[in-house]
Design a binder for this molecule. Structure first.
Ligand code: SF4
Length: 417
């Protein structure tokens, strides 16, 4: 991991919602967007609260119509997470959203043809003290004559790149936008440069990060359904973040947006960029040694942990004792299954040997109990003093060291002729 790239910072939110800082040394924040109509106040509030509960630090809403911005005041009263108004084409929507009290505007100046209209939005945000995200999307970069000169100049630097022309065009467009804001002396900005191609996203953000010191909002646009979009997004965003690039992220799927938040958070946890909230689950992929229905058990454990555990307890669900103990070493709570049973350990100490149909309840009970002990100060998360070395679990499940010691296992003959 490369250290984070230094940037300016912006603040999103207020005392009531809490302020999310983007850029500088602030933790990388997670954003998503509502999928429903903003004017449907009750549904919109429910969706925002659901996304916030999943861990979204900021939620964006589209405001294409007057009735959407008219709903914002009530939505802001009923929610406690910073709200961004996403504006395209109609500058009046941006002015109305600022008036309603949103905490940030997402604006594409290229979609508003009249410079005075863009300037009025910039001035309104300046007066309200709220930041703006400006960005280019691959799909909305339209080649125009007045950009050709700069694009050609930039193109020299990217002539050997397979997407050089596109990257040059996106950077030229961003420069053009930034000139508008510089003229108004407005620097409360966050930038994005999205594409649906993971390789383009990596390369364009890398170039943008070299040229501008504004915080960066990372995203792969139109990433597709979760099944494939997750890989496309995490490849691109994970690469950039591990190179120190990126200050806030939005993963976008054509499915329930709660998954966007969950996956973005998991990515940040894995990269060590956010302090994990809730349990970390390790599970084996299973193989021909499996003797319980581990896939079902893992899904049940995952769901229960999400509902019941709020401390970053490491939980391991392993299919057998062959590799389980070694791979789960360091887990706070672990179960090793075998022969329709599971042996449960808490920080290396065996606490139960239960039949398969009792594994879930007992494992969860041990997790809850361990969480209580940590809260009381009687146990420490990740305490490695006690290593997970099961006291002959193999023997307990029907074979193992005792059998070897008792001479019940034939001597190895490997290598003998
Ligand atoms: S822990 Fe056991 S069952 Fe799971 S993959 Fe490893 S060897 Fe196979």
């Amino acid at each position: 991991m490369t250290s984070r790239r230094p940037t300016k910072t912006i603040n999103v939110g207020n005392e009531r919602t809490g302020i999310v800082t983007i850029g500088g040394n602030a933790p990388v924040s997670v954003q998503t967007m509502t999928a429903g109509y903003t004017y449907d106040i009750d549904a919109c509030v429910t969706e925002i609260n659901r996304l916030a509960a999943a861990g979204s630090d900021i939620v964006r809403v589209a405001v294409p119509q007057r009735k959407d911005t008219a709903a914002l005041g009530e939505i802001l009263r009923q929610t406690v997470v910073p709200i961004v108004a996403d504006v395209h084409f109609h500058y009046q929507r941006a002015l109305e959203a600022v008036e309603a009290g949103v905490h940030k505007i997402r604006l594409n100046p290229g979609n508003i043809s009249d410079r005075d209209q863009v300037n009025s939005v910039i001035d309104a945000c300046k007066d309200a003290g709220i930041p703006i995200r400006i960005g280019v999307n691959e799909g909305s970069v339209v080649e125009r004559k007045d950009k050709q000169t700069r694009m050609k100049e930039l193109g020299k630097f990217f002539c050997d790149h397979r997407h050089g022309h596109l990257i040059a065009l996106m950077i030229a467009k961003l420069e053009e936008y930034l000139d508008i804001f510089a003229e108004r002396d407005f620097h409360d900005l966050c930038l994005s440069a999205k594409s649906m191609d993971a390789g383009v996203v990596i390369d364009v953000y890398t170039e943008v990060s070299k040229r501008f010191d504004y915080p960066l909002h990372l995203g792969v646009t139109h990433a597709g359904p979760k099944e494939t979009g997750a890989i496309r997004s995490v490849v691109a965003l994970g690469t950039l973040l591990s190179n120190g690039i990126g200050d806030t992220v939005r993963i976008s799927y054509a499915s329930d947006h709660v998954h966007e938040v969950e996956d973005a958070l998991e990515m940040l946890y894995c990269l060590g960029l956010r302090q994990r909230l809730g349990a970390e689950l390790i599970a084996c992929p299973t193989c021909g040694r499996i003797q319980v229905d581990l896939f079902t058990l893992v899904q049940q454990v995952r769901k229960k942990l999400a509902d019941e555990i709020t401390l970053p307890i490491k939980v391991a669900v392993m299919g057998c004792v062959v590799n389980g103990p070694g791979e789960a070493e360091g887990a706070d709570v672990a179960v090793f299954a075998g022969d329709r049973r599971g042996i449960i350990y808490v920080q290396g100490e065996r606490v139960a040997n239960v039949p398969e149909n009792e594994i879930l309840d007992r494992l969860l009970a041990e997790c809850r109990n361990f969480q209580d002990r940590v809260r009381r100060g009687d146990a420490k998360l990740g305490d490695k003093n006690v290593r997970i070395v099961p006291p002959d679990p193999i023997g307990e499940l029907g074979s193992g060291i005792q059998k070897i010691a008792a001479g019940q296992v034939e001597k190895l003959t490997v290598g003998q002729t």
